[in-house]
Design a protein around this ligand. Structure first.
Ligand SMILES: Cc1cc2nc3c(=O)[nH]c(=O)nc-3n(C[C@H](O)[C@H](O)[C@H](O)COP(=O)(O)O)c2cc1C
Length: 337
């Protein structure tokens, strides 16, 4: 690896306790012991997705991952989880290396619990003021996630978040996420001051990922433009912005909203029941696609970098490719000087 790249890696690597400051973005149903340990063994930091787990399942997954890697790994905790406090206790009890809070912003007391145990906590920052508030609360690292990313997303692109927050903020290391699929762009974010990055979509089709073959195949076939944000037909509907490959379910979701809107207008349904119908539409749908392989009716959460996913390959090859691309870019630029 090029010396310059090594230097650019140093802050993020030191923070994560790894060789390469690439975090495996936690993906519900996908980020379990196999993928997480493969990412950590390849030199990055794997992160278990606890979104669909109860505390017993999480504890088992932590122990299973520890059997597969001696390297550090993290746990992603969704703050809206009904058993969030139990999941926090499970992470504390098992003294995991790092926790990433998602689906909201952690409370000060939640962060403090981890700090007291010397466990690093990270969360997402959507604005500069939130970044500052989280650091005041004791957060040790931040993730900026652009809306090119797969899954639940914010409204702003990584291009703008990076300009808005990176130059203004040096207190804690910042990792960037969303649309990262190659080494050249990773290098550019490091040069702009990022400590590292977080990647999800590119790891879905890794050999070690347990995603169903159908799920992997649709990723390989899809282009960036196939990954669209969920459509909301009425502001009263609780439609969470999710980026996913468009399929039959996305069309049905629009039809369902039209149907519910008609029922509402005809006063055949209360607003609360209408909202519940919309909310329930996607329940269980990610599992349906990822685990059962039902790519017509399930949710195909994916980021725009899906267009850079060309084949099934081992995690360590994905890492090698990214490092090689960053190294080559440095060489090209040094020759042009
Ligand atoms: C299928 C899928 C499931 C995801 N599930 C979660 C999750 O449970 N928690 C979370 O914080 N982010 C989740 N994400 C976001 C990733 O952790 C990561 O931040 C994102 O994929 C990075 O952008 P990229 O997809 O462009 O690489 C998910 C993304 C995908 C594609």
């Amino acid at each position: 690896m090029n010396k310059k790249l090594q230097k650019l890696f140093s802050r993020g690597s030191k923070f994560l306790g790894v060789d390469i400051p690439i975090m495996g973005g936690a993906m519900t149903w996908l980020s379990e012991s196999n993928l997480v340990s493969a990412i950590s063994n390849a030199g990055g930091l794997g992160v278990i997705a606890a979104g669909s787990m109860n505390n017993n399942q999480l504890e088992k997954e932590i122990l299973k991952t520890r059997q597969k890697t001696k390297k550090p790994f993290g746990v992603n905790l969704i703050l809206l989880h009904p058993e969030i406090e139990k999941l926090i206790d499970t992470c504390l009890k098992n003294k995991v290396d790092l926790v990433v809070f998602a689906g909201g912003f952690p409370k000060k007391r939640q962060i403090q619990k981890f700090t007291e145990m010397n466990i690093k906590c990270m969360c997402f920052a959507t604005t500069l003021s939130i970044a500052k508030k989280m650091v005041d609360y004791g957060i040790k690292g931040l993730i900026l996630e652009g809306n090119e990313a797969g899954g639940h997303i914010g409204p702003v692109s990584i291009n703008v978040l990076v300009q808005e927050i990176l130059p203004e903020f040096s207190e804690v290391p910042i990792f960037v996420a969303g649309g990262i699929g190659r080494g050249e762009i990773f290098l550019k974010y490091l040069e702009l001051g990022a400590a590292g990055c977080q990647i999800g979509t590119r790891f879905v089709c890794s050999k070690e990922s347990i995603a169903h073959e159908n799920f992997k195949n649709i990723f390989i076939k899809s282009e960036a433009r196939n990954c669209q944000i969920s459509v909301k037909l009425d502001n009263r509907f609780p439609v969470i912005p999710v980026r996913a490959i468009q399929n039959n379910a996305s069309i049905k979701f629009i039809e369902e909203q039209k149907k519910v809107l008609r029922l509402l207008e005809e006063k055949k349904i209360s607003l609360k029941d209408a909202q519940l119908k919309i909310e329930h539409f996607w329940a269980g749908s990610l599992k349906k696609a990822v685990v059962e392989g039902d790519i017509d009716n399930g949710s195909l959460m994916a980021g725009q970098s899906v267009s850079l996913v060309k084949k099934v390959q081992p995690v360590k090859d994905i890492f090698s490719e990214i490092i090689m691309q960053a190294d080559e870019q440095i060489m090209i630029e040094s020759k042009n000087l």
